[in-house]
Design a protein around this ligand. Structure first.
Ligand code: BES
Ligand code: MN
Ligand code: ZN
Length: 478
């Protein structure tokens, strides 16, 4: 864990990062005449990250650039933060002080954010964890524009993102549906939101036919976790409902995935659920005045002896029937029950997050979240804005009625696959049938899990969705 600290007095010998521009006079900040001359030369050579050799401390100067859009500048700061994190760990330093000589609150925080997010490691299962652990553990922040409360909030969001990453990185033999629900319970206790876990009997009583069907090939029972963060004086009358796909492992069921490649990363298939739980965790910890419900249906998807079978007709929580033609299209089945269950809350807005389709990966890759739904344009645009701000960008897909035609079948109300085209959209159209309130669907299959580091996102679970939802929900007015 990386601790962020607000400081108001500079200690001379702390390892330091000075943020300035090409015009900043750095000589006042503990540089000798030689060092100052060296820095000037480097600036003239258009170097942006300038390490200065000093005996008493490590010093790096960051010549910050402003991009065309403010959100691009923020991202440049995060990326630089990650680079500096690498330098700091390379030098085996434990703490570093960021000194903002420009006077920009958001940019300075973004630098710290990139450092702390880049400093994440998943070492739970390594015997050499102590040795392998990064040295960096404390980031001090010195800026006239940054308040102590800003840093507390940033720390909460970083911790919640890293928690989501860890949940995603834990494999199914350490984190099955019941264990995932237990993790949510722990988080609720710690942060102060309520958590109720429905067991298989309750799920059966609720007639969640989608979740039960997917679970049939599994030895472990399913869970359905209901989380609620209800602050004292919430801004909203009707709650925001977040729904997260909690497939703790996706083998494809009887429509088995080819083992060599497409199954290897399928422990990530609960990334939506992790994002939902960790968003509530952050909202509660930061005492954000918004009433939010989180729903996570969870199970693994396996081809066990009694596995649901292509051709099966399922009756869902809302009474609709589904002809199941591909056991690998399981996410929409468990989400459908949760979206139908969400109706009882009369949501202001419901958002589901799911690693739902390979089609979303093919379309935008790790660079974006595929989004679609029935919420009004203003709401969708506000989320897109948050998406740029935290750099978890939304790509809005068309959501025309014609796509729903691809789900037609003669023997049930719909089938669970749409055919070879527009796979991300037909999955969304399937979900739409279970909603009766403003709703958005975020397909995070691309950005949820990466097999190589990508800037401040280390390999593995990225925690995508937490920063986005926290930013959006922190800014809603009703
Ligand atoms: N969990 C997968 C989608 C996925 C793919 C997530 C790649 C992360 C990375 C989902 O359950 C799935 O298997 N979708 C199928 C749907 C198809 C059978 C209609 C797909 O996209 O191939
Ligand atoms: Mn699947
Ligand atoms: Zn899946």
């Amino acid at each position: 864990m990386t601790t962020l600290k607000h400081i108001t007095k500079l200690a001379e010998n702390d390892n330091t990062i000075l943020i300035g521009t090409a015009k900043t006079d750095f000589s006042k900040y503990g540089l000798s005449a030689d060092e100052a001359a060296f820095v000037k030369k480097q600036i003239a050579a258009e170097e942006k990250i300038i390490p200065v050799n000093q005996y008493k401390r490590r010093l790096v100067i960051y010549i910050a650039e402003t991009k065309k859009h403010a959100y691009q500048t923020l991202e440049a700061y995060r990326k630089t933060g990650n680079k500096l994190c690498g330098m700091v760990n390379g030098a085996k330093l434990e703490s570093v002080t960021i000194v903002d000589l420009i006077g920009n609150q958001e940019n300075t925080l973004a630098l710290a954010e990139g450092m702390a997010l880049g400093n994440y490691q998943f070492l739970n299962h390594r015997s050499d964890a102590k040795k392998a652990a990064n040295s960096l553990n404390t980031i001090n922040i010195y800026s006239k524009k940054v308040k102590a409360t800003d840093i507390i909030k940033l720390q909460i969001v970083i911790d919640a993102t890293n928690k989501a990453r860890t949940l995603v990185n834990e494999p199914v033999n350490y984190l099955n549906a019941e264990q995932l629900a237990q993790e949510f319970q722990k988080m609720g206790k710690e942060a102060g939101f309520s958590v109720e876990v429905f067991n298989k009997a309750k799920i059966t009583a609720l007639k969640m036919g989608g979740l039960l069907a997917v679970n049939r090939g599994s030895i472990d029972p399913p869970t359905f976790t209901v989380m609620e963060w209800k602050p004292n004086r919430p801004k909203n009358k009707k709650p925001y409902v977040l729904v997260g796909k909690g497939v703790v492992y996706d083998t494809g069921g009887l429509s088995l995935k080819p083992t060599a490649n497409s199954m290897d990363e399928m422990k990530c298939d609960m990334a939506g659920g992790a994002a939902v739980g960790c968003t509530l965790y952050a909202l509660a910890k930061a005492n954000v005045p918004v009433h939010v419900i989180g729903l996570v249906p969870a199970t693994d998807n396996r081809p066990g002896m009694n596995a649901y079978t292509p051709g099966d007709i399922l009756t869902m929580h809302n009474g609709m029937t589904v002809e199941m033609l591909n056991a690998d299209a399981e996410g929409r089945l468990i989400l459908a029950d949760a979206l139908s269950y969400a109706k009882k809350y009369e949501p202001e807005l419901a958002i589901d997050l799911a690693t739902l389709t390979g089609a979303a990966v093919a379309a935008v890759g790790k660079y974006g979240i595929v989004s679609m739904g029935t919420a009004d344009k203003r709401t969708h645009d506000a989320l897109k804005k948050s998406g740029e701000h935290v750099y978890e960008r939304l790509v809005e897909f068309p959501f025309w009625d014609e796509y729903a035609d691809l789900l037609k079948t003669e023997i049930a109300d719909m089938k669970n696959i749409g055919g070879p085209i527009a796979g991300a959209i037909t999955a969304g159209k399937f979900l739409e049938k279970f909603t009766s309130y403003p709703w958005l669907h975020f397909d995070i299959a691309g950005p949820a899990f990466i097999n190589a580091p990508y800037d401040y996102r280390p390999k593995g679970g990225t925690g995508v969705g937490v920063r986005l939802l926290f930013d959006y929900l922190s800014n809603v007015t009703h």
